[in-house]
Each structure stands twice: as structure tokens, then as C-alpha cells.
Design a protein around this ligand. Structure first.
Ligand code: EPU
Length: 338
């Protein structure tokens, strides 16, 4: 298999922040065979590799002196069905939102709360995408990947993926080592709506039904109202994780800041709305150079034109300092920095 090796490749269209950086080389990977062949490709031996899906969760701080691997593996199909569930497989390069819409069109609900999340199917497990009361890991069965260094094909079940809140094995020990080629989801036939999240419940008030399509539509409406469209205003979604603090730290914070927005966790800890913390520090709508805090959702940093990754990081650090000084809470960056 001989793949085309592109040189001096612009990444502008391959990162949702819209940073105008380039990769020394790039290759399009459209099949599992192509992914397997990478390990034996002498043209890229020893060169740093960067696997890119939709580029919706990366901050590219400068030109990449290596080979960008653009994953375009397509395909979606029902691979098995039993009395309880459907098993659906999708290629890593499929657009996530289109995949969610397709499952609903097949009459297989379950992923509707994750509508309109930017990026690809293959990127979804890496940060365990989540929104409006659902995390992808809950609908996950297994994934197939190729180890870049060896070309070996490896399957990961749910336990091996070690999913956490916006976290997985692929952001930790597995970081940079694998190319995910396909993902299998398990969608139970006994569907239960998840419509408790305040914004979604509000959007559903006028709806005549509460089926999966109605939830899908509500989620799309809420996201369109709050979150910037990256094709218009570059961004990578939430820039920080919502910090989880101990019950004790939360009690102390709540005493000082009664308005703090939080979600109780099963283990007694509290997850704080980072957007609220940033908002309270007065950052909404403010920025540094082309990098700014979104004016409708303070958790989202945007490129309002000509921003560099370095400016976004500078802004992020200023926000982290302010939030630490006022609330004694550390914000952890959510996208991957390259
Ligand atoms: N808030 C403010 N000001 C702001 C933003 C938020 O006061 O500028 C407060 C409000 O009280 C609001 C609360 O924070 O009700 C929570 O805000 P929102 O419902 O927008 O959710 P979030 O906690 O900011 C998380 C996820 C989003 C996901 C939404 C909905 C993280 C890091 N972010 O945001 O995920 O769509 O919940 O489930 O967990 C992403 O990961 O990229 C992402 C967009």
C-alpha cells in the first residue's frame, strides 16, 4: 500500500479553532489497511505523528514538525441485534453529529443527547464526549485501533478505555500511541429519555412529544443558542473541565460564595460550573488579541479572528490565575495541547 505523502500541509481547515498553522507532512488515512501500513512506511519513520479527526479538541500552538494523519475511515452499519440492544459500528472518520442523526433515522435512539457535538466518531472515545446528562461511555461497547509504532490491530473494551469525565486511557497512558479506526456502540432497545438537564427540559416545554427526536431537536436548539458555531467563530467547545472539589472544600466555598453553581457527585464531592466561576471573574466577552471568552458561555474560548494558539493559552492562563485567586479552585484545560 502506497499512501500519498503531502508536504507543507495547511491545518487551517483541520482544527476548529481555525489556527493558521501547517504540518511538515500529512497523510490521509481512509482504511484500516492504510493505518496498519504506517508503521512500515520508511518515509515517516522516526517522525512525530499527530492523529487528527475533526480537530475539534486540539490547540495547535505552532507549526507541527511531523506528519499529520487525517483520519477519514468511513462506514456505519448495524452489526448485531438481540432482544435487548442494537450494536452499531461506525468508522472513525464519520462525522459524529451525522452519525447520531443516522442512528435516530434507523429508529435506534440513545445518542440524541450528544447531538451537534463537533468532531468525528473516532475522537469521541478519546475525551469521552458528554452533554446534557449523557456520556458516550454509557453507550460504548468496544473500539478497534491500530498501534502506530507496530501496526498491530488492537481492540479495547469499555474497561480498557478507562473512561472518566472528559477522560480516557487515550488521554493518559495511551496518548499519541494509537489510531482509533472504528467504534461499536450498544444502544438498548428499552429506551429511557434523559431530559432532566435544565436547559433541555426548558426547550422541551413546548414540544408535543418527548421521543428521542424531540430531545435531539431540543439539544440542537440549546447548543445553537449557547455555543458558537466553529465554522463562524473558531472554538474547541468547553476549554476547561468543570472542577470537582471535596465536600469540605465545597462547604467552605459555598459559605463565601452562596451563588456558586454546582452538581452533587455520587461520592459526595461537588462538580462546580467552571463557566460560572469564569463569568464571576468578569471574563465573559473579554480577551487577549484575537483570543476571547465567548459572550454567551464563559467556558468557551473563541478565536475572534487571527488568534494564535499561544494567545489562547495566554488567555487561559490569565483566567486560571483569576479563578484560583478568587475561588481557590484550579481549572484544568480540557482540549489537548499540541
Ligand atoms: N454559567 C454561568 N455563566 C456562563 C456559563 C455558565 O453562570 O457563562 C453557569 C450557569 O448557571 C449554567 C451552568 O453554569 O446553568 C452550567 O452551564 P452549561 O449548562 O452551559 O454547562 P457547562 O457545565 O458549562 C457542560 C459541558 C458541555 C456540555 C454542557 C451540557 C464540560 C466541561 N462542559 O458545560 O460540554 O455541552 O455541560 O451538558 O463538562 C464540551 O465539553 O466541549 C462541552 C461543550
Amino acid at each position: 500500500m502506497s499512501l500519498q505523502l503531502l508536504t507543507d500541509f495547511p491545518l487551517l481547515a483541520h482544527n476548529t479553532f481555525g489556527f493558521d498553522v501547517r504540518a511538515r507532512h500529512a497523510m490521509r488515512i481512509d482504511s484500516v489497511d492504510a493505518a496498519v501500513a504506517l508503521a512500515r512506511d520508511e518515509r515517516i519513520a522516526g517522525i512525530p505523528q499527530l492523529v487528527l479527526g475533526g480537530g475539534s479538541n486540539v490547540v495547535l500552538t505552532r507549526d507541527f514538525d511531523g506528519v499529520a494523519l487525517i483520519v477519514g475511515i468511513a462506514g456505519k452499519r448495524v452489526i448485531a441485534e438481540d432482544a435487548d440492544a442494537w450494536l452499531i459500528e461506525a468508522g472513525a472518520g464519520e462525522n459524529w453529529h451525522a452519525f447520531v442523526a443516522w442512528t435516530l433515522a434507523q429508529g435506534m435512539p440513545g445518542l440524541e443527547n450528544l447531538a451537534l457535538i463537533p468532531g468525528t466518531v473516532g475522537a469521541a472515545p478519546i475525551q469521552n464526549i458528554g452533554a446534557y446528562g449523557l456520556e458516550m461511555g454509557e453507550c460504548f461497547e468496544r473500539l478497534s485501533a491500530v498501534e502506530l509504532a507496530t501496526g498491530e490491530r488492537v481492540d479495547f473494551d469499555r474497561a480498557a478505555c478507562a473512561f472518566g469525565y472528559r477522560d480516557s486511557f487515550f488521554k493518559r497512558a495511551g496518548r499519541g500511541r494509537f489510531m482509533i479506526t472504528s467504534v461499536v456502540f450498544r444502544l438498548p432497545k428499552a429506551w429511557t429519555p434523559r431530559a432532566d438537564y435544565a436547559d433541555v427540559a426548558r426547550a422541551l416545554e413546548g414540544a408535543s412529544t418527548r421521543d428521542a427526536q424531540a430531545i435531539f431537536d431540543a439539544v440542537v436548539a440549546v447548543r445553537r443558542a449557547k455555543l458558537p458555531d466553529w465554522t463562524v467563530l473558531g472554538n474547541a467547545g468547553s476549554f476547561f473541565k468543570n472542577p470537582v472539589v471535596s465536600a469540605q472544600a465545597f462547604a467552605a466555598l459555598k459559605a463565601r460564595e452562596p451563588g456558586v453553581v454546582s452538581y452533587a457527585q455520587a461520592d459526595g464531592q461537588a462538580k462546580l460550573a467552571a463557566g460560572w466561576l469564569i463569568d464571576q471573574c468578569g471574563w465573559k466577552g473579554r480577551g487577549i488579541g484575537g483570543a476571547a471568552v465567548h459572550d454567551r458561555q464563559a467556558l468557551v474560548l473563541v478565536n475572534r479572528g487571527g488568534a494564535t494558539g499561544a494567545q489562547v493559552l495566554e488567555l487561559a492562563e490569565a483566567i486560571q490565575r483569576d479563578v484560583l485567586a478568587r475561588f481557590d479552585v484550579e481549572l484544568e484545560m480540557e482540549p489537548v495541547r499540541v
